[in-house]
Each structure stands twice: as structure tokens, then as C-alpha cells.
Design a protein around this ligand. Structure first.
Ligand code: PAF
Length: 304
């Protein structure tokens, strides 16, 4: 049986830790050296789902320890992927399996380029989870998770145990398309909600914002098509509107970051998109203005 270590036990990392443990898969949380749970010798994650509380106790391990890691799930923010992995790189077994699960694109290539010997997988999830307190997570909405490795049609052996999780978790033979589709949807929703500090539903209700979302979708589609990702943006605008309606009262992850004074993932969403546009000679003025405006708005905000 594989033993998974989780780096980034926030809302999504904590949720997957509980799902793995419920499926009988050994799982340890990796913690910063100053985390008080290290002294306690274990960490308790409380998961609230349908108004019921489920408590899970986990083994913990300090990042600086040196026992080797063979199966690693990384659920940090996109911009923390490389620094977080660098903090435990001395523990990575040769050829270790590493699964990266965050919004955005760009960090996957950065990780693979810096640690070429890792067996690197990428995932995309629509699970709705947010942190209510330090180790308390609300599992607000059941979603599905797709995992894959570019160019790999069938799942590796280790994935069989993930298919036993109490959630929909499937192998994708085309993870690039999955990640691009998620990127396209996030680029059309998250920066607008973060700039206007509104719930997702406002993007359907306010005509000016709805028009902006439509224009963003047109530019995003043009860049995706030029990048060879036409399949990811088929019917992008209706899909984006469906996500907006289905999550109308939600605050997007980027709005939550802005309100908490945290860095946003904009460089791995709109930033990545614009870099692709530049590479293929496709301009995206609406997206560029949005990125600029968001950066200007958040300039000087000290991280919480
Ligand atoms: O990042 C998010 O907040 C979500 O993925 C979504 C649904 C696109 C916006 O709330």
C-alpha cells in the first residue's frame, strides 16, 4: 500500500487527507517546523459536511525531517508549489510520485523542469471546500476530480486506490485539456469577482459585468485555440455562465484571497494566459487590463 504525504493541508489538502484516510490509505501531513501540532505528535482535522462534524487524526512529519517520501500530494496555492517542494526536496525518493492539485497552469512545467526525475501528475478538482478555522474545513459541495499526466493514456497502478475514494475521482487521458478548461473558466470569473469584490452571481446579474465576461471569453478562446487547445474552450461562454449560476452565492477563491490580504493566483491564471497569447501573437486587451487593475488594487496589501 502506498503511503501518501500531504504538503499544503489547507481546505483541499485537508479534504483529500480525510478522503484518503477514509479509504484506508496511510496518510501523513507534512508541517512547517514551527507548527504546534508537531510537538503534539499528531493533528486533528475536523470536517463539516451536511452539518455533521467528522474528526480525523493524522500522523505528522516536520518538513525538515529526512525520512524519504515516495508519494506526495501537493495542494498549496499555485505560486507556492515550487517553494513548498523546494522545502522538502531533500526527502524526495528517486522517481517519487508527486500529484499537483491547484488552480492555474505554469507551475506544473516549473516543477517538472526543476525536478525532472519526479514522476509528476496533475489534477483538477471541483470539490467545494473552505477553511473555517485552522484545522476545520467545511466540505460545502461535492465535486469531481480528474487526474492525469500529459501524454499518458492509462492510469498508473497507484491510481487504483484513489478510485476507491468516497468521491468521484477519475483518470483523464487528456489532462492538458482538463487543466486548460479549468484555467479558461477561472480566468473569466475569478479576476472579475476579485476586482469588483462581488459574489459569482453578480457576473450574471449586472449587465456591465456580464458583458465583460463575454468579452473575456472571446479573448480566452482565441488564445486557447492558437495554443492548440480548441477542445478546452468549446462553448466556453455558456459553460462559464452555467458555473456562475451554479455558484451564484459563492465567493471565488481569488476574491477570498483578496479579502484575506493574501497573494492571488492571477499570475498562474490570466498571467499564464497572456504569456501564451504573446507567444502565439494573440492580443487580449480586456484580460490585460483586468490583470493590471487587479495588481494595482492589491499593490501594497501586506500578506496576512
Ligand atoms: O476558483 C474558484 O473559486 C472556482 O473554481 C470557480 C467556481 C471558478 C469560481 O468560484
Amino acid at each position: 500500500m502506498q503511503h501518501w504525504h500531504i504538503l499544503g493541508a489547507g481546505a483541499i489538502g485537508g479534504l483529500f487527507a480525510t478522503l484518503l484516510q477514509d479509504a484506508g490509505i496511510p496518510c501523513t501531513l507534512l508541517l512547517r517546523d514551527d507548527d504546534p501540532d508537531l510537538a503534539a505528535g499528531s493533528a486533528c482535522i475536523t470536517l463539516r459536511r451536511d452539518d455533521q462534524l467528522h474528526k480525523h487524526r493524522f500522523a505528522v512529519s516536520a518538513n525538515s525531517e529526512d525520512s524519504p517520501l515516495s508519494y506526495l500530494l501537493v495542494c498549496t496555492k499555485a505560486y507556492d508549489m515550487v517553494p513548498a517542494i523546494a522545502g522538502i526536496e531533500h526527502r524526495l525518493a528517486p522517481g517519487a510520485t508527486i500529484l499537483l492539485l491547484a488552480n492555474g497552469l505554469g507551475y506544473q512545467e516549473q516543477v517538472q523542469a526543476r525536478w525532472p526525475r519526479l514522476d509528476c501528475f496533475a489534477g483538477s478538482t471541483t470539490e467545494g471546500a473552505f477553511r473555517e478555522a485552522r484545522r476545520s474545513i467545511c466540505h460545502a459541495g461535492h465535486g469531481s476530480t480528474l487526474v492525469g499526466q500529459p501524454g499518458r493514456p492509462s492510469a498508473p497502478d497507484w491510481f487504483a486506490s484513489w478510485q476507491g475514494l468516497q468521491t468521484s475521482c477519475e483518470w483523464s487521458a487528456d489532462i492538458d485539456t482538463v487543466l486548460w478548461r479549468k484555467l479558461a473558466i477561472n480566468c473569466a470569473i475569478n479576476p472579475v469577482t476579485a476586482l469588483h469584490r462581488c459574489p459569482n452571481g453578480a457576473l450574471a446579474e449586472q449587465p456591465q459585468l456580464a458583458a465583460l465576461v463575454r468579452e473575456l471569453c472571446t479573448e480566452i478562446s482565441a488564445i486557447a485555440i492558437a495554443s492548440g487547445q480548441a477542445g478546452a474552450v468549446e462553448d466556453l461562454h455558456p459553460q462559464v455562465m452555467a458555473v456562475i449560476r451554479a455558484t451564484a452565492s459563492n465567493r471565488s477563491s481569488m476574491l477570498q484571497d483578496v479579502l484575506a490580504g493574501r497573494e492571488t493566483e492571477i499570475d498562474y491564471l490570466t498571467g499564464y494566459l497572456l504569456a501564451q497569447g504573446q507567444q502565439f501573437g494573440v492580443e487580449a486587451p480586456r484580460n490585460a487590463l483586468l490583470l493590471q487593475a487587479l495588481k494595482a488594487q492589491n499593490a501594497g496589501h501586506a500578506p496576512a
